[in-house]
Write a protein of this length. Structure first.
Length: 152
């Protein structure tokens, strides 16, 4: 069971990228520009919000606080927010705007990644929940900006 969580915590973040890539390439070329103009700024906003959160809140990693060896070796830096979860959540939030079922699948993968990051001892639950919230907030704000500008 530990191997599943180790794999999920370290490598599963690649799966949302692959799924979104396949979905993107499966769409008509006429929609690619619109999709990219939504996804790239939304992802950038998510990353920036994550950086801001990282500087505003310090949460030492569980293995530092509780003095144990995590299942995955990691530097004892700030664990807030979880970068792996933030990336997966950004793809899930963007995917949700493009296709409901795509979003649900990507959110399910994100939850597995988040749970694995906590299980292996690299993050507290707050770190992964905050990552998901950052992605939801950033992508929602970008969606609002896009739809507001297209109505004007």
């Amino acid at each position: 069971m530990n191997q599943f969580f180790i794999f999920s915590a370290e490598y599963l973040f690649v799966l949302p990228i692959l799924i979104m890539g396949v979905y993107f390439l499966g769409q008509p070329r006429t929609t690619w520009r619109t999709m990219v103009l939504f996804a790239l700024p939304a992802g950038l906003c998510t990353y920036i919000l994550g950086l801001i959160a990282n500087h505003l809140y310090i949460d030492p990693r569980p293995f530092v606080v509780d003095h144990f060896t995590p299942l995955i070796a990691h530097t004892p830096d700030n664990g807030f927010p979880s970068d792996h979860t933030l990336l997966a959540a950004a793809f899930a939030a963007v995917g949700m705007y493009w296709n409901k079922w795509l979003g649900i699948v990507l959110w399910a993968i994100t939850v597995v990644i988040a749970a694995a990051r906590v299980y292996v001892g690299l993050h507290h639950p707050l770190d992964v929940v905050a990552s998901m919230m950052c992605a939801l907030i950033a992508v929602s704000i970008w969606h609002f900006v896009i739809t507001r500008n297209t109505r004007s």
